[in-house]
Design a protein around this ligand. Sequence first.
Ligand code: ACO
Length: 323
Amino acid sequence: MVTKAKITGIGSYLPQRIISNDELSKTMDTSDEWIVQRSGIRMRHQAAEGEFTSDLGVQAAQKALQHAGLTIEQIDLIVVATTTPDLTFPATAALIQKKLGMTHGAAFDVQAVCSGFVYGLSVTSAMIESGQAKNALLIGAETMTRLLNWQDRTTAVLFGDGAGAIVMSQCEVTGRDQSHVLGSYLRSDGALSDILYVDGGPSTTGTTGHLIMEGREVYRHAVGNISDAIESLLASSGYQVADIDWFVPHQANRRIIEGVAKKIGLPPEKTVITVDKHANTSSASIPLALDLAVRDGRIKSGDLVMLEAMGGGLSWGSNLIRW
Ligand code: ACO
C-alpha cells in the first residue's frame, strides 16, 4: 500500500455581475464577433466593490467542504493559488483561513499565475503523500479584472474573476485504478517573463501595475508547451492519449485548447470548455471547469482526468488524476 492524495470534494463561485462582450463594446473599440472568434469568450464575471479574492475563495471552499462532507476542523492545510492577492502580505490563504474560522494547521499561497492551480495541486499532493497534511483545501481564486488596463482592448476583453476549490485527502492505494493523483509535471522558463507580466510590484514601482501581454507570442508558445506537458506526464505515468477520459485545460482561449487537443490527437468531445462563460480567470479556471463537469455528471469516479495550464513566467504544467 502506498500513501497518496485523492480529490474528495469540489466547489466553485462566480461573482454576480456579468459583463457581456456587447457591454464591453459600448466602452471600447471591440465587438462580440471579434472576441468570440479570437478567444471563444462570451462573458466574464466581475467581483463587486468590496468583494475580494479571499471572499471568492471562501465561497468556493465552503462548497467544496460541503461536497466532501468535511468541516473546517478536519482540514489541516490551505493552499491558495492566486496572482491577485488581497494584500501584498499576509498570504490570501491566511485571510481565507481566518474567514473560515480555522485556528489550526497551515496556510500559504502559490504564485504561478495561470498555472497556479496545476502547481498547487502538485505541491498539495506531495505534502499529503509525505504525511504533512491529511485533509487539504486547494483553492484557485482571482480578481483578474483589477489588474486590467481598461484602455487596452488587446487584454481587457480576455479576463474575468472567479474561484474554484478542491478538498484533497490522504488515502492508501494498492493499484493505479484507485482514485488518486497519479502525477504532475511542472515547467517554467523565466527567459520568457517579458511576454506576459504585470508592470508593477512592491519592490519595483510600489504600485499594483497592469497586465501586459504580447498575445501572438504567448499563443506561439502555448500549444507546443502544453502538448509537451501532457505527453511527458503520460509517458512518465505509463498511459497514452487514448486512455484519457476527460481533458480539463486552463480556460484561457478556445483556439489554444482546440489546438492542443488536435496536436495530441484527443477527440473534442473529451474536452471540457467553459471559457465562454467566465473568460480567463487564471488559477481559478481549472477548478471552475472541473466543478461544472463533475456536477453535470460528465466526470465520474474512476475516470482518467488530465489537467493542464500555461501562464506568466512563462510557467506551465499538467496533473493526471484517477477521479
Ligand atoms: N477587439 C477588436 N480588435 C482587436 C482587439 C479587440 N479586443 N484586440 C486586438 N484587436 C485588433 C488588433 O489591433 C489587430 O488590428 P490590426 O490588424 O489593425 O493591427 C487585430 O485585431 C489582430 O490582432 P492580433 O493581436 O494579431 O490578433 P490575434 O489573432 O493574434 O488574436 C489574441 C489576439 C486573442 C490575444 C491571440 O493572440 C491569443 O489568443 N493569444 C494567446 C493569449 C492568451 O490566450 N492569453 C491568455 C493568457 S495565457 C494564460 O492563460 C496566461
